[in-house]
Design a protein around this ligand. Structure first.
Ligand code: ZN
Length: 174
């Protein structure tokens, strides 16, 4: 279960569609997505607050594109995707703060406060290996999810996808 939480932000980022088309929905997405941030990675309160504008929304789109390429083509990711992700990682830094020590991040600027944690989440997901990262078996759904089951048998991203897949079979049995 721990790992579901650890990769929640990365998986939410990969699965999001259309939220980065404009600054308002990008801001709304970010506000909600921070719930998926690992509990140990917190924003330094002194960090500059991101201002959502067309530029930041565009950077989120290209970071997401790079993230999808890196995850899907894990064995041969393109150099430009890797460069975009690395540039995201360069927008901030991690350090330990307080007692007991907590991992906090600070960003080089406002946009970095969004781009760094997203790039960091994707990098952690890449580093975690692909065995537990799966795509939903639903016919009309290709969402990523983290399989936290003991035997690695989970096939659907959520209950409704499982129910939809099983419904036709149930009808046939009647
Ligand atoms: Zn699904």
């Amino acid at each position: 279960m721990e790992q579901v939480h650890a990769h929640g932000l990365a998986i939410a980022f990969l699965n999001t569609q259309g939220a980065f088309e404009d600054p308002v929905s990008a801001a709304r997405w970010w506000a909600a997505a921070q719930d998926g941030m690992p509990g140990t990675l917190v924003l330094d309160p002194e960090v500059s607050k991101p201002r959502f504008d067309a530029g930041l929304a565009a950077e989120m789109r290209s970071l997401q594109e790079a993230a999808l390429e890196a995850i899907v083509c894990r064995d041969a990711p393109g150099a430009s995707a890797m460069a975009v992700l690395s540039a995201g990682l360069a927008r901030g830094s991690l350090r330990l703060k307080g007692v007991p020590p907590a991992l906090v991040f600070s960003a080089s600027d406002g946009p970095g406060a969004v781009l760094f944690p997203l790039a960091h989440a994707i990098a952690s997901l890449l580093g975690a290996g692909g065995q537990r990262l799966r795509r939903c078996a639903g016919e009309t759904c290709a969402a990523f999810f983290w399989d936290g089951t003991k035997n690695g048998s989970r096939r659907w991203c959520r209950l409704s996808c499982m129910e939809r897949a099983r419904a036709p079979r149930r009808r046939l049995q009647r």
